[in-house]
Structure formats: structure tokens, C-alpha cells
Design a protein around this ligand. Structure first.
Ligand code: NAI
Length: 252
């Protein structure tokens, strides 16, 4: 594999599972040193061991991204450990409460906005402050297909993911002249533990498959390919964009 990210330091939030894990492994395959960050220390350290098992370099830093102080600490600790922050994949997220708006709890709304939206602002705030000192950096934020269309019983998730695209566009406009690129991705439904946590059984999964013209759900590794490419110099003229990786979901 091409080691085009050699000497780059990459932070992956939610790196212990699913899309984050796949991206962490692929960044390492491309030669980056990877900070795997998550609330789940045990699973996060397993990903670090997997990377080391393939002769890669990785380190776990615990951070709950819904807390601004922990996002700052994540950036500070990364600099302490490796000296720079070159690539960030702001990916951590939850599926949250499944209810129509009239039945949605205020707590469920607040938790979703904190975890899936404010987290991206907190992470970018501290990541960009460091990237400004370096004069370079690339950020990929994980939105969703639901960052551009609605979905029943997921108002808070949909609102948070739309917000991630707005944050991405605004930060790209603010910092493109400083050598910082920021993009968002919009995965369709991907086979990860998040779907199981959302209570999606086999019957519901079949229903979701029908929504994807390609006739199946996506795999985390297929999303990671886009993330790593957007993070690399191959995407040097791309900033403020939103890329679907969705088996045709949004094309309908
Ligand atoms: P996953 O459940 O496999 O992984 C999410 C990871 O985030 C877990 O390791 C979890 O511990 C961590 N996490 C949760 N809350 C956190 C917090 N407050 N602070 C730090 N880490 C936290 O889920 P998956 O599917 O890999 O999701 C990753 C991202 O992809 C999420 O933002 C999700 O919304 C997005 N996404 C997922 C899709 C899917 O169908 N699986 C589709 C579109 C977007």
C-alpha cells in the first residue's frame, strides 16, 4: 500500500468501532501515526493493538467528545505525544432516541446535539487552533446521508448531521487561506454496531437495504477509503464539500 501519509499524525474520534476503527486502520496502512480516541477504552486499545500488530504506530487517548474540555485535552495530549495534529476524522456519534418529534424527550434531543453536533464544533475549535500554528491540516467530519434529507423518528440525529455540514462549510470558508481543508462525508446505512444499537433487526435491515439502489448496506472499510483519500494531498483542491458514500441512496 502507498505510504502517502507517512509522518502525518491523525486523530480519529469514535475510533474504537465501526467506521472509526476502519479509518484508523487504513490511516495506519497509509503510514500515519494514529491517535485512536473513544469513550470505550477497552475497544480503543484493541484497535491500537491491531495497528501495532501490522507494524503501524498508534496510541489511545480517552475522550468523551460531548465535553469541550475533553476535546481540548485530546488535542493537547496528541501534541504532547507526537508534536502535531495533521489529520482529524471527527467521527464519534450515537444513533440516539428513535421517536417522532412530539414524543421525543428533551433529554434525548440534548444528548444527541451534544454528542453528534457540539462535539464537532468542540473538536474543530481546538484542532484548528493547532493547525493554524502549523499552517496546515485536513479535517473530515462524519455527517450522514441524513445530513441532507429527513428520516422519520430521527429528528435530532437529522438536525445534528445537517449541522455538521454547516460547520464544515463555514470552517472551510474561514480557514482555506490558512492551509486547512475541511470536508464532510455522508455515509448511507453501514453495517456497524451502531445499527444494532439503534434496535435494527434483520427485518428492519432488509427494509433499509431496499432504500439503497446498490442492493445492500455499506461496509465500514468502504467509507474509510473516502475518508483517507479526502485527508490526503490527492484531495488538495477539495474543501467545504460533502461527499456521499451511500450506494445511491441520495440519487433517488
Ligand atoms: P459505532 O457505534 O460502530 O462506533 C461509534 C463509536 O463512537 C463507538 O466506538 C463509541 O464508543 C464512540 N462514541 C460514542 N459516543 C461517544 C462520545 N460521546 N465520545 C467519544 N466516543 C463516542 O458506529 P458507526 O456506525 O461506526 O458510526 C460512526 C459515525 O458514523 C457516527 O457519527 C454515525 O452517526 C456515522 N454514520 C453511521 C452510519 C451507519 O449506518 N452506521 C451512517 C451514516 C453516518
Amino acid at each position: 500500500m502507498e505510504k502517502d501519509l507517512l509522518s502525518k499524525i491523525a486523530i480519529v474520534t469514535g475510533g474504537a468501532s465501526g467506521i472509526g476503527e476502519a479509518a484508523a486502520l487504513l490511516y495506519a496502512d497509509h503510514g500515519a501515526k494514529v491517535i485512536v480516541s473513544d469513550v470505550n477504552e477497552k475497544k480503543g486499545n484493541k484497535v491500537v493493538e491491531k495497528i501495532k500488530g501490522k507494524s503501524g504506530e498508534a496510541y489511545f487517548i480517552k475522550a468523551d467528545v460531548s465535553d469541550a474540555g475533553q476535546c481540548k485535552n485530546l488535542v493537547d495530549k496528541t501534541i504532547e505525544k507526537y508534536g502535531s495534529v495533521d489529520i482529524c476524522f471527527n467521527n464519534a456519534g450515537i444513533s440516539g432516541e428513535s421517536n417522532a418529534i412530539a414524543d421525543m424527550s428533551i433529554e434525548g434531543w440534548n444528548k444527541m446535539i451534544a454528542t453528534n453536533l457540539s462535539s464537532v464544533f468542540y473538536c474543530m475549535k481546538y484542532q484548528i487552533a493547532q493547525m493554524l500554528k502549523q499552517g496546515s491540516g485536513t479535517i473530515v467530519n462524519n455527517s450522514s446521508i441524513l445530513g441532507s434529507v429527513g428520516f422519520a423518528n430521527a429528528a435530532a440525529y437529522v438536525a445534528a448531521k445537517h449541522g455538521v455540514i454547516g460547520l464544515t462549510q463555514t470552517s472551510a470558508v474561514e480557514y482555506s487561506k490558512n492551509g486547512i481543508r475541511v470536508n464532510a462525508i455522508g455515509p448511507g446505512f453501514i453495517n456497524t454496531p451502531l445499527l444494532t444499537e439503534a434496535g435494527i433487526d434483520d427485518a428492519a435491515k432488509n427494509g433499509l437495504i431496499q432504500l439503497h439502489p446498490i442492493g445492500r448496506l455499506g461496509e465500514a472499510g468502504e467509507v474509510a477509503e473516502l475518508v483517507v483519500w479526502l485527508s490526503s494531498d490527492k484531495a488538495s483542491f477539495i474543501t467545504g464539500s460533502y461527499y456521499a458514500v451511500d450506494g445511491g441512496y441520495l440519487a433517488q
